[in-house]
Design a protein around this ligand. Structure first.
Ligand SMILES: Cc1cc2nc3c(=O)[nH]c(=O)nc-3n(C[C@H](O)[C@H](O)[C@H](O)COP(=O)(O)OP(=O)(O)OC[C@H]3O[C@@H](n4cnc5c(N)ncnc54)[C@H](O)[C@@H]3O)c2cc1C
Length: 376
């Protein structure tokens, strides 16, 4: 079978490597527009429980990824200078560049042809038995097949910017800060022993009041450093083409267009606040590969099996993500709460966790929360 994968991000690389390794007679090519080693952003975070599935799909690549992970148990919420610890979570972080490097090595060992610096055009997609659109949130494969895929894109009103810093944080942390312009939250966590991701988010009113639209990259960075000066210590923020963006919530009505299928962010975007975009991209890759192994002689049956297996899981997570980003869109309102009430409100935001469940998974936090309520 001749397979073209458009996009060499986590979804495309992992799918291509799994397919070629399981059946070396397949001809598998990836077109990736960027040169090797180029990426945006810094680290990504996974919920801890999400990593086991990689071990089931391929032991050796899973072992290499696990070695590169930073892990921690608790989540910390900082509000009004008070740090609230929420136990029972469990997360892992990894440099995005390192994850891509490990997955690219997996592809190379398996014999996948990866063409870097190759921007896919419409005519490049012809002549294959299967075309996989793993080309991210602005997918050209999705746009070419828009009449069949029926994409829906809703842009959130909040603004965010993705920085790094040399300040190393003990846990995944959300830090809330206010100034005369408005309300900010930083999502930050370490992804190597020396570096942390530091995503700054604010609502639209704050973005306008601060004047970020007319600010240079350097001035935006300096402004954010001032807002989070107490949290960064002596460290600065590091930019990597960091620009203010609004998150596009993207999904498609139909997953398949003839012999073309979408995976990862091309199929749907998951808001970064639930830390699951990369995880879902890798799970899509595994599910598509498994469907092709199950139906080796019929691409159509394989694609339908992929969709049947994945759609319910994805839709459940998208509902949770909607609860989560909706919460951030009202950050000014939540910041009126005290630190423990805000933390409780945050933990129950997606509707997946109620009080009873929270008592079960985060008993230490709930004891602290109860005490804070009694203290008034
Ligand atoms: C601020 C922010 C923070 C995030 N934090 C996290 C996090 O903590 N945890 C997490 O799991 N996820 C996080 N994510 C999401 C995560 O980055 C994505 O979900 C994940 O990268 C999706 O993988 P993918 O392979 O589908 O797409 P991508 O990683 O976007 O890869 C797509 C690839 O396709 C290439 N491409 C695009 N068009 C073409 C073309 N025409 N021709 C050739 N190549 C093309 C691109 O260059 C790119 O390499 C975050 C995202 C953002 C924006």
């Amino acid at each position: 079978m001749r397979v073209l994968v458009v996009g060499g991000g986590p979804a495309g690389l992992y799918f291509a490597g799994l397919l070629k390794r399981s059946n070396p007679s397949h001809e598998v090519t990836i077109l990736e527009r960027n040169p090797p080693g180029a990426t945006y952003g810094f680290g990504v975070v996974f919920p801890e429980a999400a990593l086991g599935y990689l071990g089931d799909a391929d032991g050796p690549s899973h072992a290499r990824i696990v070695q590169a992970l930073e892990t921690w148990r608790d989540l910390t919420i900082v509000h009004r200078d008070r740090a609230v610890t929420i136990d029972g979570n469990g997360f892992s972080g990894i440099a995005r560049l390192e994850l891509l490097r490990l997955l690219a090595a997996f592809c190379e060992e398996a014999g996948v042809v990866v063409r870097h610096g190759a921007e896919a055009r419409a005519e490049d997609l012809e002549g294959y038995d299967l075309v996989v659109g793993a080309d991210g949130i602005n997918s050209m494969v999705r746009e070419l097949g828009a009449a069949t895929f029926w994409p829906r894109i809703e842009t959130l009103t909040n603004w965010f910017i993705w920085y790094g810093t040399r300040r190393v944080f003990d846990t995944l942390t959300l830090t809330f800060r206010a100034n005369n312009d408005g309300h900010f939250v930083a999502h930050h966590y370490r992804y190597t022993p020396e570096m942390s991701t530091f995503i700054v988010e604010c609502d639209a009113e704050t973005y306008d009041a601060a004047g970020f639209a007319g600010m240079s990259e350097v001035d935006s960075q300096a402004y954010c450093q001032r807002v989070f000066a107490g949290d960064l210590g002596d460290n600065t923020l590091t930019s990597n083409n960091s620009t203010w963006r609004q998150f596009p919530v993207t999904s498609v009505e139909n997953w398949i267009d003839g012999n073309r299928v979408l995976i990862g962010d091309a199929l749907r975007s998951v808001h970064f606040s639930i830390g699951s975009g990369t995880r879902l991209a890798l799970e899509d890759a595994i599910a598509l590969w498994r469907a092709l192994v199950e139906f080796p002689n019929d691409v159509g049956d394989a694609l339908r099996a992929f969709e049947a297996a994945r759609r319910p899981v994805v839709e459940k997570l998208l509902n949770a993500a909607a609860g989560s980003y909706g919460w951030y869109e009202n950050i000014a309102e939540h910041m009126r709460l005290g630190p423990f009430d805000l933390a409780y409100d945050y933990m129950t935001r997606s509707g997946r966790v109620d009080e009873a469940r929270l008592r079960n998974i985060a008993p230490r936090f709930m004891d602290d929360y109860d005490r804070s309520r009694l203290a008034g």
